[in-house]
Structures are given as C-alpha cells and as structure tokens.
Design a protein around this ligand. Structure first.
Ligand SMILES: NC(=O)c1ccc[n+]([C@@H]2O[C@H](COP(=O)([O-])OP(=O)(O)OC[C@H]3O[C@@H](n4cnc5c(N)ncnc54)[C@H](O)[C@@H]3O)[C@@H](O)[C@H]2O)c1
Length: 327
C-alpha cells in the first residue's frame, strides 16, 4: 500500500522520513501481521513508536487519555499508511475497567495483541522527597507501576498461548541511576515499572515472549526558546532557558527516529530479552548517523550525537515535567 506524507495541526509531527526508517531489517513489511498496543501513544515518544510500527506493517492500538490527540493519531496513521491499521482507545491506564475495555476493543478489531509497548507516564509528576506530596508519589506508582502491571496481565497470557510476544517499557534509568535533580517522584514510578518488567522477563523465559526496556533519552521535538518558565518549585533548580542551549541539545532525537530504534529493537528482541538499552546504543547498533550533516542544525557543538552519559546527564539536569516534550 502506498505511503503518504501526512501533517497535523494538532500533533507536533514531521512526515515520516526514510532517513529514519531505512536500516537493515526494517522494511515496510517487517512487522506485517503483528498487532501492537502503545500506551501513551498519542504524543511524542509513543506517537513516534506507533507511527513507525504502522509504517512497518503492524496494526497499532493507541491507548491514551488525551482524546483529541488520540483521535488525530488514528487519522494520521491510517492516512499515512493507506489502510485501516490504527485504533485509538481512550483510557486512563490507572483504571482496571479501562484496561479491560482496551483489551476487548483491541481483540475485536485486530484479533490478537503481539507487542505491548508500555510508555504512558505523566511527566509532570516530579519533585524532591522532601517537599513533595505523598499523593504525587501514589499517582506516579498508579501509572508506572499499577498501569504497567494491569497491561501485562491483560496481554501477556495470550502471547504465551500463541508462543510469540514482545513486551517493552520506556524506562528512564536502567544501567544508570541518575541523580535526577528534584525528579524523585518521577523516577520512583519509573523504577517500579522497570522492576516489574524485568521480573516478567524471568517469568516468561523460554515461552516465546521477549521482554526488554528501552530508554528513549533525549527523544522529543521542542522549541526551547518558546518554553515558558514553570512555577518555581522547592528543591528544583531555578529555570533558565539558556541552559537548554547547552551543546548537544541541538541534537535532540526526533520521535520518528525513536520509532525506528524501537522497531529495530523489537526485531532483535530475543537478543535484548531481560535487559535494557539506551536509545543511543540502539542507534549505534543500527549504524544510525544522527544528526547527519544534512539535518543537523547549525551552531552549538555542530550537532554531534550525544554519548549515553551526556544524554542521561542532560535529561537529569533538566529534570522531567517542565512542559512535557512535544507540547
Ligand atoms: N522523552 C524523553 O527524553 C524520555 C526519556 C526517558 C524516558 N522517557 C519515557 O518515555 C515515555 C514517553 O515520554 P514522552 O516524553 O513522550 O511523554 P509525554 O508526556 O509527551 O507523553 C506521555 C503520554 O502518556 C499519556 N498519559 C499520561 N497519563 C496517562 C494515563 N493515566 N492514562 C493514559 N495515558 C496517559 C499522555 O496523554 C501522553 O500522551 C514516558 O514513560 C517517559 O517517562 C522519555
């Protein structure tokens, strides 16, 4: 089916570009016949994943609480691929009834779910241990612990029955434990889900289901110059837009490229089972030259791709939750 370049006034996207999706093993058919659920798939990282998976032939179920962006995501992906391959299901991932409905609608439309991308999170849930509300920590665990566990319980038994499945999580810390200045509430939730997902890897070993974490550090499309200062928060560094012009942030990774790294990781899920990969490692494996000379913005450090540690430290210094990427 012919692919089409689609734009959207609602979603902050660029048309899918083969620069990102032209790597060994990544083809328009490499995920044909597979169905994926992407939680938080209506913006930024998750949207990049959903679009890349559909481009590679998969059906995608986008599960998100943002109805406007979710409906637009369904329209864009279906139009982009010229087929009825995307279903948006509005859910609050913290509610069991919503997960049950997600499962029912996904199976009614596509008959099965082979790939589960746990990606939803509220990036604004952050703050230091001293000075944050216990309710914020609870909310972080509700999305990132409870929500991930309910999705796993909904979809993994069917994968085991069919002898094939891939489960992944958009982790923040895997092989590093960054200081995450003031971001404790966020990272505590992320750590809970990472732990659940890695435990699942042990439980399903040898059953055809491969489980890994992928840290999409630095993925997003943001115009820092237009970023409004967030309200001052105790324990958070004082906001200074200039700090975002640090070398390297010129090289922010577009969500479409993040999607390519996810497809590549899914295709090699058996090699990643029980482990985690940071996105720059995935690019190295793909021999992905980002930013390349043609696309790199001028200035700064000349647009070199950040090292793992630079990416992690940049993200930690910035902390999550200032605006939410892509908004
Ligand atoms: N962008 C990065 O640099 C980065 C780095 C490391 C980890 N991550 C992780 O990647 C994931 C995506 O990050 P992002 O930057 O795209 O975030 P984002 O805030 O742009 O997107 C998160 C999505 O999740 C949805 N969501 C939030 N709460 C929900 C709920 N209760 N039920 C259903 N949907 C809900 C939102 O509507 C949104 O569409 C997150 O889990 C984040 O922690 C991102």
């Amino acid at each position: 089916m012919a692919k089409k370049a689609v734009t959207s006034e609602i979603l902050n996207i660029e048309p899918i570009d083969l620069t990102y999706l032209n790597y060994t093993g990544i083809t328009e058919e490499c995920l044909a016949g597979k169905t994926a659920v992407v939680t938080g798939g209506a913006s930024n990282v998750g949207l990049g994943y959903a679009r890349a998976l559909a481009w590679c032939g998969a059906n995608v179920v986008v599960a998100d609480m943002n109805e406007k962006a979710g409906n637009e995501t369904q329209r864009v992906i279906n139009e982009e691929n010229g087929r009825d391959c995307c279903l948006f299901v509005p859910i609050n991932i913290t509610q069991q009834a919503d997960i049950d409905r997600l499962k029912d609608q996904a199976f009614a439309k596509f008959g099965k779910v082979d790939i589960l991308l746990n990606n939803a999170m509220n990036m604004r849930l952050n703050g230091p241990v001293l000075g944050s509300k216990v309710e914020d920590l609870e909310a972080s665990f509700q999305i990132s612990g409870k929500g991930v566990m309910m999705c796993i319980q909904a979809f993994v038994p069917g994968m085991i029955e069919r002898g094939y499945g891939v489960v992944t999580y958009s982790a923040t810390q895997f092989h590093y434990c960054p200081p995450m200045v003031g971001g404790t509430i966020y990272t505590a939730g992320k750590a809970a889900a990472t732990s659940l997902v890695m435990s699942l890897a042990n439980e399903v070993k040898g059953k055809g289901v491969n489980v890994f974490c992928l840290t999409p550090a630095g993925v997003g499309r943001m115009d820092f110059s237009k970023m409004p200062a967030p309200p001052a928060k105790e324990g958070m560094p004082k906001f200074d837009p200039k700090m975002f012009w640090m070398p390297g942030f010129f090289g922010m990774i577009p969500p479409e490229a993040g999607g390519a790294a996810m497809v590549y990781s899914i295709l090699h899920a058996d090699q990643l089972h029980g482990s985690g990969i940071i996105i720059s490692d995935a690019f190295t494996a793909m021999k992905f030259d980002y930013p390349n000379k043609e696309t790199a913005p001028k200035g700064g450090n000349g647009g070199h791709r950040l090292t793992d540690m630079e990416l992690t430290m940049a993200f930690c210094t910035m902390g999550p939750g200032y605006t939410g990427f892509g908004k």
